[in-house]
Write a protein that binds this ligand. Sequence first.
Ligand code: NAD
Length: 362
Amino acid sequence: MEYKVAVLPGDGIGPEIIEEAVRVIRAVEEKYGLKVELNYAPVGGAAWEEHGNHLPEETLKICRESAAILFGAVGGPVSEQNLPKWKDVERTALLGLRKEFDLFANLRHIRLPSYLSGASPLKNEIVKGGFDIMFVRELTGGIYFADPKGRAGRGSGEKAFDTMVYHRWEIERIARLAFEIARKRKKKLTSIDKANVLTTMSFWREVVEEVATEYPDVNFENMLVDNAAMQLVKNPGQFDVVLCGNMFGDILTDEAAGIAGSLGMLPSASLREDNFGMYEPGGGSAPDIAGKGIANPIAQILSAAMMFKYTFGREDISKDIEKAVDNVLERGYRTLDIALGNVKKVSTKELGEMIVNEVLKS
Ligand code: NAD
């Protein structure tokens, strides 16, 4: 079996952590006797230097010819944000890719294993058992994209406006995906809305409830977004799969990432209906630590694990990689971002190497 993947390392720590994910992919090839064709392409500031564009046509071509994109990170230091090399880089590169490939579903796996509970800013009594939440966020609709939006008027009557729109088909497809995922996990799904105030959101609730009837085996509940924001810090362990529209998902996933401790641990996937996907770490290019060999490669490695599961249908390989990561962490090896207490501090490369060895030996 041959899989084709576009590899877009990007900027900052992107190339360093992608390198470790690629080593894990090579180990998977060896262990499972399969071939993964990796085609590298520039993106972000790195692409700007070569092509004067954050998302060159040549990169898009390589992505179109692949079944998945493994993406590192883009962006430069805050002090250089106004240089043409960095200006609007996230918007051009990331939103450009989401739009080009109609990546309507964003999956963020936010997990705090119990042995890392000390990395969470929450009290130990709340997180000592850890938590494991899969957020399923609608990514191409809602208030961020609908028209009309703009500004009008003058003086004290001047106003600005955005429009929130969801079509039945948009809600149905993201809800079905979330229920399918819930079926393969603990069979629990919480749908987030603001049905008490927004017409779009009472429609969201109505459509999700209709889809829920197709999944009687999944324990389903609705939750208002304000309550969800509070429940996440009071008792994150109550959630399994959380379904959200675009804006609420944007906010709640960052809150959940915050309580999980380090951005270096959180993978994500953005999917098209035919399972084409873009896989990337939850964090950015981390210019503060780039080039120092200390970045945590786990988010990128687990993003590759998600790729095997969601694009290539190889849940066995995905689980194998996740287990390898857990085994290495449970033995006490950590990169600096998660090095609390009496642990063994290792570099990006050393941690990658240990995960590779674990994949090969198990
Ligand atoms: P960031 O996520 O890059 O960094 C925030 C903090 O988390 C930093 O202290 C960083 O060192 C740490 N961190 C992130 N990933 C880590 C890892 N793998 N291992 C260890 N520590 C890690 O966010 P920021 O500092 O706000 O943004 C930096 C640049 O990244 C900006 O140019 C921003 O536009 C860009 N950015 C890109 C993406 C993306 O490409 N998807 C996402 C967010 C931010």
